[in-house]
Design a protein around this ligand. Structure first.
Ligand code: NAD
Length: 428
């Protein structure tokens, strides 16, 4: 999506250039990795409910597939741009590489607003999108998934259209399908739990006992709720959570010094992750301004809502007690704030490592579909724990060895892995 004056693709390329310099990558590899390998831009004509045909603009960008088929979601958004899709496809390449799953990076999108489309029109759009890319995607080429404003139903329509075209069953071509229709158990928990698998190891490295720690969380949606669930199971105490108040159009935070209860809060939260303030008050929660989630006297901060929340302005509000920040959300910390956090000596577990549990579980979904045999939830989450823990130590070890931040170490690992795959294939 486009945000005024901000170009995600430019930012992704700058991030890449900085690390390429540190790694002393040669020119051809830089040229190859700083732009997507393939871009598909296409028109999707859809017969609308009023009988008229409307033409939508769609994209699928395949940034790099040296390590395996491309992987990445499809966004439906009115402000979608080709540049945003390109940036996201690049970030997917780095995320899959740091998680060490055999996949490359891709991303797709359609400029549209599903709020203004009927179910029939959405189905036609999904089927139209697939018809344009059917020859360029597949379980051995590129595997799409849901993203902003797309869901399991959209994925199922897309799968059905793909199978109609190909004349066979190809459940591994797309992930994020409903459980029972090729979806994986554990996908709902995967991103939040993944955050806590790496947090557990970070605490271990810093010699901290989870049972003696406290945390404050921004957001109360999918990622936040499952992160809180598992962190609480480890004995940690979440003393503050925040969410978006749709009516008042501002954020609000909920405090309980002896620890929030997931059972209580879930029972009063809607499907958009908004907590009912009246009921929370009756349950003894103190309500404070949403921005204050960051000012809490805790050991751990978990931004799990949206980008741009730890900034040059807000970073100074972080209390000296904070030792670890786990970026559940994508892009919550600005580069300026990042420099401050480094000075303060706070360990930041960067987004594309911390929230890689989602794509790792999508990879598991694809694997299960390809063999047409589905694992139990325990098996999925156990494998996820192994992957996330291994990825965390790869990054931690390099960060200590090269005396660089966890973010730089994660970038160095992912970019080197992809560069090496390109080199071994003889591309550069
Ligand atoms: P979600 O829509 O389920 O929840 C978002 C939550 O953030 C809601 O509780 C909402 O009220 C809250 N929120 C919105 N604006 C806020 C604000 N200004 N202050 C405080 N709270 C606010 O979303 P999600 O799936 O949990 O995703 C959260 C973040 O994690 C996003 O950045 C997303 O891109 C990233 N992410 C999600 C996944 C996944 O598998 N769900 C995977 C990787 C990354």
């Amino acid at each position: 999506m486009a945000t005024k004056g901000f170009n995600a693709y430019k930012m992704a390329q700058e991030q890449f250039d900085r690390i390429a310099e540190k790694l002393e990558l040669e020119e051809a590899t830089r040229d190859l990795l700083r732009t997507p390998m393939r871009e598909h831009h296409f028109s999707i004509p859809v017969k609308m409910d009023d009988g008229k045909v409307k033409v939508f603009r769609g994209f699928r960008v395949q940034h790099n597939d040296a390590r395996g088929p491309c992987k990445g979601g499809i966004r439906f958004h009115p402000q979608e741009t080709a540049d945003t899709v390109k940036a996201l496809s690049m970030w997917m390449t780095w995320k899959c590489a740091v998680a060490n799953i055999p996949l490359g990076g891709g991303k797709g999108g359609v400029i549209c607003d599903p709020h203004h489309l009927s179910q029939r029109e959405q189905e036609a759009l999904c089927r139209g999108w697939i018809r344009q890319v059917a020859k360029d995607i597949g379980h051995v080429q590129d595997v799409p998934a849901p993203d902003v404003m797309t869901n399991a139903q959209h994925m199922l329509w897309m799968l059905d259209e793909f199978e109609n075209i190909k004349g066979g069953k190809y459940p591994g071509v797309i992930t994020g399908k409903p459980v029972g229709m090729g979806g994986s158990l554990g996908r709902t928990e995967a991103t939040g739990y993944g955050c806590v698998f790496v947090l557990r190891e970070a605490l271990n490295d810093l010699g901290m006992n989870p049972e003696e720690t406290t945390a404050s969380v921004q957001g109360f949606g999918n990622v936040a709720q499952y992160a809180i669930e598992l962190y609480t199971q480890l004995g940690g105490k979440v003393v503050c959570v925040s969410c978006w108040d749709q009516k008042a159009s501002k954020a609000i935070a909920f405090k309980k010094s002896d620890g929030v209860s997931m059972t209580e809060l879930r029972s009063i939260t809607d499907r958009f992750g908004e907590i009912d303030q009246k009921k929370a008050k009756e349950m003894g929660y103190e309500m404070i301004p949403g921005e204050d989630w960051i000012k809490q006297d805790v050991d751990i901060l978990i931004p799990a809502a949206l980008e741009n929340s730890i900034t040059g302005e807000t970073v100074s509000q972080i209390k000296p007690s904070v030792k670890i920040i786990v970026e559940g959300a994508n892009g919550p910390t600005t580069p300026e704030a990042d420099r401050e956090l480094e000075k303060k000596g706070i360990m930041v577990i960067p987004d594309f490592l911390a929230n890689a549990g989602g794509v790792t579980c999508s990879y598991f979904e694809q694997v299960q579909c390809n063999m047409n045999y589905f694992w139990t939830k325990e098996e999925v989450l156990g494998k996820l724990d192994d992957k996330m823990t291994a990825a965390f130590y790869d990054v931690l070890d390099l960060s200590k060895k090269r005396k660089v931040s966890m973010r730089d170490a994660a970038y160095m690992i992912s970019i080197s892995r992809v560069a090496e795959a390109c080199r071994l294939r003889g591309w550069v």
